[in-house]
Ligand binder design. Structure first.
Ligand code: S3P
Length: 443
């Protein structure tokens, strides 16, 4: 697979961009659309590898999906309407979200369905979803391992469950919420706070869902077996993709950036809160609500005076995909930043806490990493002179993109392997970097 060479810092820029559609919402729109009655129209769907895996997986289950540019039509045939043929194998590729959420929709399959994934996905934990899905009545076969490949066999007699989600994982919560759609009676979920796109989607579709919000936990009640009609949805820009462009602007000099039509769901903007606590002055204007989700335009300017943060772990779940890029801000901040309770980060597409810390060390930044926490000794004058190679990172898209941003902001000569990895979530990443004036070579 190709490598990228970056050996020039980015010059100042003043630009307006739009990033690709949000990955979490896109996957939900496809999965929920497959359970609706009628033809759903989804616009601004990103052509990323995770979305392609979702579409191909649903087609294997007999769902007709037509794609035209960034628009897509899903021909829904109602709840539990998949064509559960014998010997179906679904390749979820790199997508934990697709694999884990899909399992929730398979709790009634009369034939075994095998789920496989790439090397990175095959090292991730699936017990976190198979345990609650077993309670509904599904069975799993994976040679005693908690990982992929695994096979699911559904039950004719599924029952609603009471489930306590304690990790702050939206994937676990959403997998159970999707299973609840196909279960009789009322499923009750007590869930630690995490992104709430599935809840918002159910509300947008007027499904029978009731949510009681408390400080740390939500109680979600879903009445199952209620058919719903097809819908239209326009996917907003991805805040997690935007974060790379916000950070490159903050860390370069005399630059300004506007990112249009970004999803700013409060459960996703922990990154903006953390960056602003560190002295960034990120603003969100033109706020509005579409399909129940908050959207806005993000404005950011370079900020030469960033300060260290003792990051409240209550923000962890709302910034879970942005920590690598936050670590770059901490590297340039004055003082020692402290991040705690981040064990979940080592369970992502790669062990991100470990690898993130290693990359900072290669950049000459001192870190102390232990027991799920990371201390970063920031240096406001950080400038890299040496050569840095980044490889063997499980093709983790966010490690790749973070490394490219570090190279463009701090200098040095960087060779970063596995270029194609960024396509898993953010296919326009390199094109947009070029638009704002970055120079790089693919070899
Ligand atoms: C996601 C939830 C998060 C996040 C992932 C997408 C989702 O994972 O890291 O990229 O769409 O629900 P967890 O729920 O496992 O924390």
């Amino acid at each position: 697979m190709a490598k990228i060479v970056v050996e020039n810092k980015i010059n100042n820029f003043n630009q307006v961009i739009s990033v690709d559609g949000d990955k979490s919402i896109s996957i939900r729109s496809l999965l929920i659309g497959s359970q609706s009655y009628g033809i759903c129209k989804i616009d601004n769907l990103p052509k990323s590898d995770d979305i392609i895996s979702t579409i191909l997986g649903l087609r294997k289950l007999g769902v007709k999906i037509l794609i035209k540019g960034k628009s897509c039509s899903i021909y829904g045939k109602g709840l539990n309407s998949f064509d559960f043929k014998k010997n179906i194998i679904i390749n979820a590729g790199n997508s934990g979200t697709f694999a884990r959420l899909l399992l929730g929709l398979l709790i009634k399959t009369p034939n075994l369905i095998k789920i496989i994934g790439d090397k990175s996905l095959s090292r991730r934990d699936f017990q976190r979803v198979t345990l609650p899905l077993r309670e509904f009545g599904a069975s799993f076969y994976n040679n005693g391992s908690a990982k992929l490949p695994l096979k699911i066999l559904g039950s004719e007699y599924v029952r609603p469950i009471n489930y306590f989600e304690q990790k702050g994982s939206a994937q676990c919560k959403s997998s159970v919420m999707l299973a609840a759609l196909n279960s009789p009676g009322t499923t009750i979920i007590k869930a630690k706070k995490s992104r709430d796109h599935t809840e918002k989607f159910f509300k947008y579709l007027k499904l029978p869902i009731n949510i009681i919000r408390n400080k740390n936990f939500d109680t979600i009640k879903i009445k199952g077996e209620c058919q719903f009609k097809s819908f239209k949805y326009n996917i907003p820009g991805d805040i997690s993709s935007s974060a790379f462009f916000i950070v490159i602007t903050l860390l370069s000099s005399n630059s300004k950036l506007k990112i249009k039509d970004v999803n700013i769901n409060p459960s996703r903007i922990g990154f903006i809160k953390i960056a602003n606590k560190m002295g960034a002055k990120i603003k969100i204007l033109n706020k509005r609500i579409k399909h129940g989700e908050a959207i806005g335009d993000v404005f950011v300017k370079s900020q030469s005076k960033l300060k260290a943060i003792d990051c409240p772990s209550s923000l962890n779940s709302n910034a879970i995909d942005e920590f690598l890029i936050i670590f770059l801000l901490a590297s340039k901040a004055s003082g020692v930043s402290n991040f705690t309770n981040l064990n979940e980060l080592n369970k992502k597409e790669s062990p991100r806490l470990k690898l993130g810390s290693k990359i900072l060390n290669k950049m000459g930044v001192k870190t102390i990493q232990k027991n799920g926490s990371l201390k970063i000794f920031g240096n406001p004058k950080l400038s890299i002179e040496n050569d840095i190679t980044v490889k063997n990172f499980y093709k983790d898209h966010r490690i790749f993109m973070t490394s490219v941003i570090a190279a463009l902001c701090f200098g040095g000569k960087w060779i970063i392997h596995d270029v194609d990895s960024y396509k898993s979530s953010f296919p326009s990443f390199l094109k947009l970097l070029k638009k704002i004036g970055s120079k790089y070579t693919l070899i």
